[in-house]
Design a protein around this ligand. Structure first.
Ligand code: FPP
Length: 239
């Protein structure tokens, strides 16, 4: 493969279609999530090879609590297995793990593993993999306002002063990640589902019918080729 001329600095992915992948093969939905976690493994290696700097993965939304408890448990169980079995290889590949989302309600065992992964990879300088877990953009924005107010009260600063974009960004779960350049959604649905609404303001949005468990090297290259063909104007005029 040729090196890409224009790479997104931050890719966000809505990993949709695990359930459909499993159902189409006569398997239980949790088998689709399991195969989805293998697709994450594959993606990390390909992204390192290509030189992508940051990837945010929508692993569990604030709305996914509406799913049957067995499925919720299966997803958190997979996350725990993922960290337990791969932390050494994550470290050796210089991957830095981040978590974006609310800590409330995440099972303690999962929180312990995610905190450990964030902690032990904190000084890694390679690709950043940001697990968006118990993440919802509306929750993130409300939480950011709350943090700003608390911070101003603590520092005895005025609550009247206008909020600048930088102050808002520092209060988001994703800080200090850069804005999203390309949002990928798999499995054919065309919506953004409460994912990184602030951060995708000028993102290029790529939809593919490929189900997440089938997302492979070619799928990522297709998305990156499409991205390289886009002209980004950020509301201005073409240069
Ligand atoms: C959406 O597909 C997928 C999710 C809600 C969960 C994503 C989880 C993983 C990829 C595996 C978790 C593992 C780790 C390591 C975080 P869907 O279930 O909504 O699919 P459907 O629309 O076909 O039913």
């Amino acid at each position: 493969m040729k090196p890409k001329t224009k790479l997104p600095e931050h890719i966000a992915i809505i990993m949709d279609g695990n359930g459909r992948w499993a159902t189409s093969k006569g398997l239980a939905r949790k088998e689709g999530h399991k195969e989805g976690s293998l697709a994450i493994d594959r993606l990390m290696d390909i992204a390192i090879e290509i030189g992508i700097k940051n990837i945010s993965l929508y692993a569990f939304s604030t709305e996914n609590w509406k799913r049957p408890i067995a499925e919720v448990r299966a997803i958190f169980g997979l996350l725990e297995d993922f960290i337990d079995s791969r932390l050494d290889s994550i470290l050796s590949k210089n991957i830095k793990i981040l978590h974006s989302g609310s800590r409330k309600m995440i099972p303690p065992g999962s929180l312990k593993r995610i905190d450990r992964a964030v902690d032990v990879t904190a000084n890694n300088k390679g690709i950043v993999i940001n697990f968006c877990l118990n993440y919802g953009s509306q929750d993130e924005i409300l939480n950011a306002f709350h943090k700003i107010i608390q911070n101003r009260l603590k520092k005895k600063k005025s609550l009247e002063k206008e909020i600048k974009p930088e102050e808002m960004e520092e209060a988001l779960y994703t800080y200090p990640l850069p804005p999203v350049d390309m949002l990928i959604r798999t499995a054919g649905e065309k919506r953004v589902s409460n994912f990184l609404l602030w951060q995708i303001a000028y993102a290029e949005i790529y939809f593919t019918d490929t189900l997440w468990p089938d997302f492979d090297k070619k799928s990522l290259h297709d998305a990156l080729d499409w991205y390289a063909s886009r002209t980004r104007k950020f509301g201005g005029l073409e240069k």
